[in-house]
Design a binder for this molecule. Structure first.
Ligand code: SF4
Length: 457
């Protein structure tokens, strides 16, 4: 199916070395400064240039547990490549594509095997196998901690698996990174829902010294768009679009997850409530909205319109993602919002009323045909773990409250949190950056607790 094909070609070895040779090996590398996890970019590019692939990937892996993922989905244009000195007068080094090449080359040929570090420093449970959980698990394992990951889904990866479409991030790439972590000695319990089947307290009873929560976001935000039928408003008020539960209104995360399940053969195409030829309206203008719009076109939508209540300059989507979406035929409606949803007697969506309020101009209202509305407007954390754990506090938007010393510890002693669930991250690599800081907080905490126990014995 066309929505499964990866869109960007990889380098050949000769192309990769030629690109690596463009690097000036700057003494103060601005590319590294632009990388949230301070990847030693010139060092591994230097090794790549000499054809030392094993050394190149070892340098990358010292900072990143997800190099093949980062090589594909990081915002390079705003980070490493955006800071590369060559970009001031011409083209920056294509660092993302080089990272992807090195990581894929290593995975395909199995160049590197990390020595299994003895796990003597303590035992840590990680809840959630998304980017932040994988980062914490991999880093702690390398530092000598025994780590067990508890993942509610059958497959690991979280947003990497279910929130980024196959054409941008093939799921085999995610699976390879997970296999690498497991080879390092990390134990993963799949289909295990903490807060339902087991609790934080029962994990402490099992002897874990610390617990990391990296469960991300799963509770949808909702919009108040009144629903109209036969000229009469039949529902309005808080959470109208969620509470009314129309099957043609879906969350972007739900939609992308379903498409992935179809890719994996767990669902039939007919079970996706977006038909061939559908006219789809996507609300929101972040990267998830871009992924959603392009995926909707790939699965056969005849028109996809993005609706954003502000102007282009305010969108949170990467410029490159936006441009790719435009190239593929996605249309954008700036300064706009849906003010009414019209449904027929079978509760199928037939039309929307779109209001556009461009600054300095008169508002314009249009009634336009519609079949589906997909909301890419964000989510908040689920509360199951908080509800089943005493002493764990969250704020009024359900984000877990953490402190700076030890970094990332919640209001419950020994329980840490990071990534989306604390509301700090913006992208995959920022989640990794935050997770690395929390990893150090966990290590400090466990070392101190075990030292105190040893002194008092
Ligand atoms: Fe190479 Fe660009 Fe980094 Fe300089 S800034 S070391 S040229 S990648």
């Amino acid at each position: 199916m066309k929505f499964k094909e990866e869109i960007n070609e990889s380098y050949t070895m000769a192309e990769a070395i030629a690109e690596a040779q463009r690097c000036l090996q700057c003494k103060v590398p601005q590319c590294k400064k632009g990388c949230p996890i301070s990847n030693d970019i010139p060092d591994w590019i230097h090794e790549l240039k000499k054809g030392n692939m094993g050394n190149a990937i070892s340098i990358i892996r010292a900072k990143s547990n997800l190099p093949a993922v980062c090589g594909r989905v990081c915002a390079h244009e705003k980070q490493c490549e955006g800071n590369c000195v060559l970009g001031k007068k011409g083209e920056p080094v294509n660092i993302g594509k080089l990272e992807r090449f090195v990581a894929d080359f290593d995975s395909e040929l199995g160049l590197t095997h990390e020595d299994m570090v003895e796990k003597t420093r303590g035992k840590v449970a990680v809840i959630g196998a998304g980017p932040s959980g994988i980062t914490v698990a991999g880093d702690l394992s390398r530092m000598g901690f025994a780590v067990e990951v508890f993942e509610m889904e059958a497959q690991c990866g979280g947003v990497l698996r279910y929130g980024i479409p196959e054409y941008r991030l093939p799921k085999e790439v995610v699976a390879r990174e997970i296999r690498y972590i497991e080879k390092m000695g990390v134990v993963i319990h799949r289909n295990t829902h903490v807060g339902v089947e087991i609790t934080v307290d029962s994990l402490f009873e099992q002897g874990f010294d610390a617990i990391y929560i990296g469960t991300g976001l799963s509770k949808p935000k909702s919009l108040e768009i009144p629903i109209w039928q036969n000229g009469r408003c039949i529902f309005k008020g808080e959470g109208a679009t969620r509470n009314f539960n129309l099957k043609r209104i879906r969350l972007a995360t739900h939609f992308l997850r379903r498409v992935e399940l179809i890719n994996e053969g767990f669902m039939k195409r007919e079970e996706l409530p977006v038909d061939e030829g559908a006219r789809v309206w996507v609300i929101g203008c972040g990267n998830t909205a871009m992924d959603t719009s392009r995926t909707a076109l790939r699965i056969g939508a005849s028109q996809v319109n993005v609706i954003y209540h502000k102007g282009m300059e305010n969108m949170s989507a990467l410029r490159a993602e936006y441009e790719d979406a435009v190239k593929e035929g996605v249309r954008f409606n700036w300064w706009s919002a849906i003010t009414e949803i019209h449904v027929d007697d079978d509760m199928e969506i037939t039309e929307i009323v779109l209001e556009t309020k461009e600054p300095g101009k008169e508002p314009v209202k249009q009634t336009l045909p519609a079949d589906n509305i997909i909301m890419a407007i964000g989510a908040t954390p689920a509360t199951k773990i908080v509800r089943t754990t005493s002493g764990l506090d969250n704020d009024d938007q359900n984000f877990l409250i953490t402190r700076d010393i030890p970094y990332g510890m919640t209001t419950r002693k020994g329980v840490f949190a990071g990534g989306d669930v604390v509301g700090r991250q913006a992208t995959v690599v920022h989640a990794m950056q935050d997770a690395k800081k929390v990893t150090m907080g966990i290590a400090q905490y466990v070392d101190a607790v075990r030292l105190m126990k040893a002194i008092n014995m």
